[in-house]
Design a protein around this ligand. Structure first.
Ligand SMILES: [Fe+2]
Length: 223
């Protein structure tokens, strides 16, 4: 039986957002964990889904619910993790990349904020293996706008439920407060993990003698 347990975060380290607001938000996250536990315990039994249909069917409901709940879990974990625990001074390798791809840290933070003001769900700083550069993606909901294979480095929740209790309609003030809470050590740690994964993938792609891996006949010009 699959059972995911909600992760815990030190909300007392967050300045400017009340514990009440964060605890209410956390309850929503727990709800997604509970739903993914429910969904991932449904057997992969084809005969249970014979009515599959793109307008309405059991499979359609299941698959839409699955991606919504799963991204709800993952994005909230990334968000809570990168806004707790201190280490709020922007330093490390990530800042070098930010300066390379956004000219300055100040410009990046303003750009990131502008994305947060323009979407209804999430602003996500990610690094993409296609160009190995930083990108800020915006999405209107957990299951909208996700980019496959991009690696998330910094995640900001801009749903109203993330700030309305403390900031009312002032999303701009919430974003400024969030930015001050960013744990840059966590962001740097994710960048390090991406580099390790990319090196491992690249080393497989450049295997000199693919015949020793009969299942893999990947060439450099193929994806
Ligand atoms: Fe949220």
């Amino acid at each position: 039986m699959f059972k995911l347990t909600p992760k815990e975060y030190d909300f007392s380290s967050v300045q400017g957002i009340t514990l009440k607001q964060l605890q209410q938000h956390y309850k929503l996250y727990e709800g997604y964990v509970s739903k993914i536990n429910e969904i991932w315990n449904i057997p992969n039994d084809a005969k249970e889904f014979k009515d599959s249909n793109t307008t309405y069917s059991k499979m359609r409901s299941l698959k839409l619910g699955e991606t919504f709940a799963l991204n709800g879990v993952k994005l909230h974990q990334l968000y809570f993790q990168n806004m707790t625990g201190g280490f709020n001074n922007p330093t490390g390798e990530i800042i070098k990349l930010i300066k390379r791809d956004f000219n300055s840290c100040e410009n990046f933070l303003q750009y990131f904020k502008n994305v947060g003001l323009a979407v209804r769900g999430w602003a996500i700083l990610a690094i993409d293996p296609l160009d190995n550069r930083l990108h800020v993606f915006g999405s209107d909901a957990h299951d909208v706008g996700a980019v496959w294979d991009s690696y998330p480095l910094l995640v900001m929740d801009v749903y109203e439920h993330a700030y309305f209790m403390d900031f009312g309609t002032d999303r701009s003030k919430y974003i400024d407060t969030f930015i001050k809470s960013i744990n840059w050590r966590i962001v740097n740690g994710r960048l390090q993990k991406y580099d390790m994964i990319k090196s491992a993938v690249d080393s497989v792609r450049h295997v000199e003698n693919p015949s020793i891996y009969p299942m893999w006949t990947i060439k450099d010009d193929e994806d």
